[in-house]
Design a binder for this molecule. Structure first.
Ligand code: NAD
Ligand code: 89V
Length: 349
């Protein structure tokens, strides 16, 4: 196992989680340099995390001997940075969404393929502990025929991420990308979808509510719900609730990370009625990392897990789960949602 030298670009709101995770993953990873176009941000980060500061990627690449680059900049900056890192011959991690358009995302993936370097999209929701637990247990449900993946909140996401209020395409691209990736994680690939979107908050540009009905290649239906306008009795941010039904039982991840599993212990395939069904309830809260802070622990833990996965892949020479190629299929779902919502009809994949 190596000690991998990391250069990180983009020292804003979310980078702190990456930086803390690299620190926690030492000595397998060693932060060598940070870069931000804002010199004060770069220097503050460099001081706090013991790295050298740069204001240009070019200079950082030329002066440092890096093993890979971790990009935590806004989506509009991703393409130029990923392509430059690839041309330099280094692997890259790029934050989600990979790009603001499918064309740009495809060009980035192609550039990495042609340069022969690995690209992982930092698609972290599937690395949340309850999601891994659901996926493991879903194997015992037989053929899945229904799912609901729901994120409904009134959390003021614009306070820490004010740029989200200015995005012409907001919740599907920023948050939907996570839940659509979860849908693929549980159900595999989809062949069609319907989507309805809306804007409730009067002071933002894009959509802040969306409902998607997906049809899987195996014939399952999965509903994905997204909202930053839901004033509910209990504010659950950033919990994602999941309900899965299969031929032999169901799984339900509810508020407070309560997981309920109902299964038929005897059946091979489908059996009618409730007789003999077993019910198991347990809690699967996130295991907060050392820097974890409420309410973000589930997300912070998933950052640590996906970065650890990247190091495992580098050690073993393997492709990460959410490689650039893989993530294109998630982004295809996102843009199919916009097509469906704008055209008022099913969008085929
Ligand atoms: P931010 O605006 O707070 O920080 C971005 C930083 O990048 C800024 O400091 C900016 O100066 C710098 N930057 C921009 N272009 C640059 C360039 N070309 N070279 C060097 N520095 C540059 O944004 P954020 O909220 O930290 O979001 C960054 C990324 O992280 C986005 O893609 C966002 O979607 C993603 N994000 C992911 C999660 C998650 O759970 N996976 C959560 C929040 C944000
Ligand atoms: O980009 C994101 O993933 C954020 C969230 C708050 C959900 O982490 O918007």
């Amino acid at each position: 196992m190596g000690s991998w030298r990391v250069g990180l670009v983009g020292c804003g709101f979310f980078a702190r989680n990456h930086l803390e995770a690299w620190r926690a993953l030492g000595p397998r990873a060693r932060l060598a340099a940070v870069c931000d176009q804002d010199p004060q941000r770069a220097e503050a980060c460099a001081r706090e995390f013991g790295a050298r500061a740069y204001t240009s990627l070019e200079e950082m690449l030329e002066r440092e001997r890096l093993d890979f680059v971790d990009l935590v900049t806004p989506p509009a900056a991703h393409r130029a940075l990923v392509e430059r890192v690839a041309a330099f011959g280094l692997p890259a991690i790029c934050q989600k969404p990979l790009a603001p358009s499918l064309e740009e995302a495809r060009a980035m993936v192609q550039a990495c393929r042609e340069a022969g370097v690995r690209l992982m999209v930092h698609e972290n929701f599937r690395w949340q502990r309850p999601m891994r637990e659901l996926r493991r247990r879903a194997e015992g449900l037989g053929r899945l025929f229904f799912g609901r993946i729901s994120f409904r909140s009134a959390y003021d996401v614009y306070r820490a991420q004010p740029y989200l209020a200015q995005e012409p395409r907001f919740i599907l691209l920023d948050l939907g990308v996570h839940l659509l990736d979860l849908a693929r994680f549980f159900f595999g690939e989809f062949e069609g979808l319907y989507c309805h979107t809306g804007r409730v908050h009067p002071g933002i540009r894009g959509e802040d509510v969306a409902t998607v009905l997906l049809r899987s290649r195996q014939g399952a239906a999965c509903v994905v719900e997204l909202s930053y306008a839901s004033r509910l009795e209990e504010e659950l941010f950033p919990q994602t609730l999941v309900h899965l039904e299969g031929e032999r039982g169901s799984l339900c991840l509810g508020p407070g990370y309560r997981l309920t599993e109902v299964r038929d212990p005897v059946a091979e395939g489908f059996r009618s009625g409730r007789e003999g069904l077993e019910v198991e309830r347990r809690e699967v809260p996130p295991l907060s990392p050392p820097w974890g802070q409420p309410p973000f622990e589930a997300i912070q833990e998933s950052v640590l897990r996906i970065q650890e996965h990247w190091l495992d892949c580098l050690d073993r020479g393997e492709e990460p789960e959410t490689s650039g190629e893989d993530n294109l299929r998630t982004l295809e779902l996102v843009f199919a949602c916009y097509r469906s919502a704008e055209g008022g009809r099913e969008a085929l994949l």
